[in-house]
Design a protein around this ligand. Structure first.
Ligand code: ADP
Ligand code: MG
Length: 485
């Protein structure tokens, strides 16, 4: 890396206050918002965000984008390699504390009742951090269910561009960043395009109806509702597809399924795509109605985003297994240039099982925990165990459960100087950032054909560097945008 980023704009206190006022009103005016804790539905706040874009090496951003299609192809192939995927899910059922097992059980139940729709939609996000040790991006995880912030990502990029265009980043009133240095994400349209194309495919192949809807299956009291709405609005505006919303636990009581055709309806509208913005966390399944919903949806003709198999392919265990070259051989030949590029983003990840690698990992976890993060098969933030907490945590659970976790080497992102704005308060502590790359791909799980596959835009999230996790809604982080150098 030869280029160096320029420093952050140097503003005095008054200029900074003005900037925060401008940013706040721009954000509120343009839907860069989120519901606060315990909200009433007419009250929304500015989403947590940075006041400047954050430096990121352009070449590594381009690399991450270029990897979008190879990565989604890889995960598509994993779903097509059903026996392999199922074997892993089965093994996890015995060690994991229940959630993966329940997902797999639901798949088996649906299979027994009859899965008649083999086409599924994967709206995914591959997350990376720039690693200062190896000077390249490293993959944090690959998300295959309910990927969020595609809507707000575009808004925060536009907000930073507005501040730059207005001259608010410079005492002189000029632009501080060149236009080409700022990247605005097309992610709301990227995900809407995936949903729109899936609807089109459904209308062409599985029904006579031409006014089918996308059904957003959501969590109750969703704080990040506006992020989802931005996708809905793009879906209608750019692709002419209507959408409706239903809570996961209310799904079975709200929908109707035609016994003969297995078509799915909500209030008389035929559903082409069931789009889960929920269903990734065990806490959502306290009522059996949530599992019933997953099984029922799986046995209808509606295209699921994601199907149970696509969701299972996003298990952190799969990410660990892919770092073993013999496993990756199933999907990419060793001579493929994409394979080398994919592998260059992998961190060392270990299983904690009885294998040789597992034995090594158990030693590392106790002797050098400061270099690792321990992850269960979970999504949505707040589940990982970091560094010195690892040994105590492992000792607190039966060793038979350790195989449900992976041990991952820590990435060392650069510390940046940006200022975080949350609840009207500024935080000046220094931040680290995580880049997300969205992808939309339509899969035929029975023929192993990828019907379509497209890059879906990007996301930058940042967190105060002293915090281990970066969840925005969970209160650890904020949305950000890229200053490419
Ligand atoms: P989740 O499925 O809960 O989002 P992640 O694997 O994304 O789990 O981990 C949550 C957060 O923990 C990430 O957003 C990142 O901030 C931090 N993290 C995860 N893995 C690493 C790693 N290998 N090195 C440094 N930080 C990490
Ligand atoms: Mg994550």
């Amino acid at each position: 890396m030869t280029a160096k980023p320029k420093g952050f704009p140097a503003l005095d206190t008054k200029e900074k206050d003005d900037l925060v006022d401008e940013l706040t009103q721009y954000g509120l005016a343009n839907g860069l918002i989120m519901y606060p804790e315990g909200f009433r539905n007419f009250e929304a706040d500015l989403a947590p965000l940075t006041i400047f874009p954050t430096p990121f090496p352009q070449s590594e951003f381009e690399k991450a984008k270029a990897l979008s299609i190879p990565f989604s192809k890889l995960y598509g192939e994993i779903v097509f390699e059903r026996k392999w995927l199922i074997k892993i899910a089965e093994e996890l059922s015995t060690s994991d504390t229940g959630f993966t097992g329940k997902l797999y059980e639901s798949y088996k139940k649906a299979k027994k009742e009859g899965i008649i729709q083999n086409v599924s939609l994967a709206l995914t996000r591959s997350d990376y951090m720039f690693d200062t040790v190896s000077n390249q991006i490293k993959q944090v995880e690959y998300n295959t269910v309910s990927v969020s912030f595609a809507g707000l990502s575009q808004k925060v990029g536009e907000a930073h561009k507005y501040l730059n265009d207005s001259g608010l980043y410079e005492t002189s009133g000029k632009k501080y960043y060149k236009d080409s240095e700022l990247a605005i994400s097309e992610s709301p349209d990227g995900l809407a395009k995936g949903l729109g194309e899936a609807t089109k495919y459904y209308n062409a192949h599985f029904t006579d109806a031409n006014n089918t809807i996308v059904l957003f299956v959501i969590q109750p009291k969703e704080r990040n509702a506006f992020d989802q709405r931005l996708i809905e609005y793009s879906l209608l505006k750019n692709f002419g597809v209507r959408s409706k919303r239903v809570e996961l636990t209310k799904f079975t009581s709200r929908v109707a399924v035609d016994k003969k055709t297995r078509r799915l309806y909500l209030d008389g509208d035929e559903v082409s795509v069931v789009y889960y913005r929920s269903g990734y966390s065990p806490s959502e399944y306290e009522q059996d109605a949530a599992w019933d919903a997953r099984v029922l949806a799986e046995t209808t003709t509606a295209i699921k985003c994601p199907s149970l198999l696509v969701q299972l392919s996003g298990a952190k265990k799969i990410q660990q297994l892919l770092t073993i070259p013999q496993n990756l051989d199933k999907f990419y030949s060793r001579s493929s240039i994409w394979r080398k590029k994919l592998e260059s983003t992998f961190c060392k990840i270990y299983p904690l099982d009885g294998s040789n690698q597992g034995q090594t990992a158990k030693k590392l976890a106790f002797e050098h925990p400061e270099n690792y993060v321990l992850k269960p098969q979970r999504e949505g933030g707040g589940n990982n165990v970091y560094k010195e907490d690892i040994p105590g945590f492992l000792k607190s659970i039966p060793e038979s459960q350790w195989a449900g976790y992976i041990l991952m080497e820590l990435i060392h992102p650069p510390l940046e100087k940006n200022i975080l704005l949350r609840d009207g308060q500024l935080f000046n502590d220094g931040i680290v950032s995580e880049l997300g790359i969205y992808n939309a791909s339509l899969l035929d799980e029975s023929t192993g054909k990828i019907i379509s596959n497209s890059y879906g835009g990007h996301l930058l999230r940042s967190k105060i560097s002293s915090s281990n996790e970066g969840g925005v809604a969970a209160g650890y982080g904020c949305v950000d945008s890229l200053y490419l150098y």
